[in-house]
Write a protein that binds this ligand. Structure first.
Ligand code: ATP
Ligand code: ATP
Ligand code: MG
Ligand code: MG
Ligand code: MG
Length: 256
C-alpha cells in the first residue's frame, strides 16, 4: 500500500529526461504513417498514387503550419511529411518529445477529421497513426541537402512504383514485376514506360513526381492594400523543384 504522504514530488520529477534539441540549428520533424502499405490497401488507394490521399496529407500539413508559426517549410511525399522549424525556435524550449508529439498528434487528428472531406464515399475503417522524430541540421546547406534527398527519394520511388503497377496491371504478378525491375537503371525505366506502356514519365502529374511543399508566401494581392504594418502570409501548397538551389534563391525569406 502506498502512503501518499511519503511521495516526494521533487524526487519523482527528477527522473524526467529532457532531450533538448541543439540551439541555433534547423529542427526537422519527420512524420510517417505507420503501416500505410496495409492502410492504403484496406482503404483501396489508387496505385501507385492516390491523388486524394496525397491531398489529404497536404491539407494536414497546412493545418500544422497554421498552428505552429515556427514551422517555416514542409515537404511531403507518400505517407510522410517533414516539418522544418526555424533555427531560433523556442517552441517547448526545444524539447524534442514535446515538439514531435504536438506535431504528430495534430497531424493525425486532422487526418481523421478531414478524411470525410477527401473521401466522402469511403468509410475510414480504422484509426491511422503516424510516428515522428526530430533531427537537427546545423546549416542551411545541410538542411537543403536533407530536403533534396527526400525529393530524390520521391522521384526514385515514384518511377519504380509507376513501372511496377503498370506491369501488374498488364497481367504480371507482383513477384514477376519485382523481379523484372530488379537492378534496372533510371533510363531503362523511362524506356520501359515509354515503349511498353506509352507513358511519358515527365508528363505524369507533377505532385506525383515532385511531392508537395507547404510554406508561407507573402500575399502579393493584399500587400498593395497597405495592411497596417502586418505582412499578409498565406500558406500555399506547391510542387516545386527543391533540389535546385534556384527555388531557395527565389524564396529567400524561407531560410533567411
Ligand atoms: P512503416 O510503418 O514502416 O512506415 P509503411 O507500410 O507505412 O511502413 P512506407 O515505407 O512508409 O511503409 O510506405 C508507405 C506505403 O503507403 C507506400 O509504399 C504505399 O504503398 C502506401 N501509400 C502511401 N500513400 C499513398 C498514396 N497516396 N497512394 C497510394 N499508396 C500510398
Ligand atoms: P497546456 O497546453 O499547457 O497543457 P492546458 O490548458 O491543457 O495547457 P493543463 O494543465 O494540461 O492545461 O490542464 C488541462 C485543463 O483542461 C484543466 O485545467 C481543465 O480546465 C481542463 N480539463 C481537462 N480535462 C477535463 C475534464 N475531464 N473536465 C473538465 N475540464 C477538463
Ligand atoms: Mg515508419
Ligand atoms: Mg509509413
Ligand atoms: Mg513512408
Amino acid at each position: 500500500i502506498v502512503d501518499i504522504n511519503n511521495i516526494k514530488p521533487e524526487f519523482v520529477k527528477s527522473f524526467t529526461f529532457e532531450n533538448k534539441l541543439m540551439l541555433s540549428t534547423w529542427i526537422v520533424v519527420r512524420i510517417d504513417g505507420c503501416h500505410f502499405h496495409r492502410f492504403s490497401e484496406i482503404h483501396e488507394f489508387e496505385k501507385p498514387n492516390d491523388e486524394q490521399a496525397l491531398n489529404l496529407m497536404n491539407s494536414c500539413a497546412v493545418a500544422v503550419l497554421k498552428e505552429f508559426n515556427d514551422i517555416v517549410f514542409s515537404y511531403g511525399v507518400s505517407d510522410e511529411y517533414s516539418f522544418v522549424l526555424k533555427k531560433d525556435s523556442q517552441l517547448y524550449q526545444r524539447c524534442a518529445s514535446y515538439i514531435v508529439s504536438a506535431i504528430v498528434s495534430l497531424f493525425s487528428a486532422v487526418y481523421v477529421m478531414q478524411w470525410v472531406h477527401f473521401f466522402p464515399s469511403k468509410e475510414l475503417k480504422y484509426t491511422p497513426c503516424f510516428d515522428g522524430r526530430a533531427v537537427c541540421y546545423p546549416s542551411s546547406k545541410i538542411l537543403q541537402d536533407y530536403l533534396a534527398w527526400r525529393q530524390v527519394d520521391c522521384h526514385i520511388n515514384n518511377q519504380y512504383n509507376t513501372c511496377f503497377w503498370e506491369l501488374v496491371k498488364s497481367g504480371r504478378t507482383k513477384r514477376e514485376a519485382q523481379k523484372f525491375l530488379k537492378g534496372t537503371q533510371t533510363n531503362e525505366k523511362y524506356d520501359l514506360l515509354a515503349q511498353q506502356f506509352h507513358i511519358d514519365y515527365n508528363r505524369l502529374p507533377i505532385m506525383f513526381r515532385r511531392g508537395s511543399s507547404v510554406f508561407r508566401e507573402q500575399d502579393k494581392d493584399t500587400s498593395n492594400e497597405e495592411v497596417e504594418g502586418e505582412t499578409q502570409n498565406r500558406v500555399v501548397i506547391k510542387h516545386c523543384n527543391i533540389i535546385d538551389c534556384s527555388f531557395w534563391e527565389a524564396n529567400p525569406s524561407i531560410l533567411n
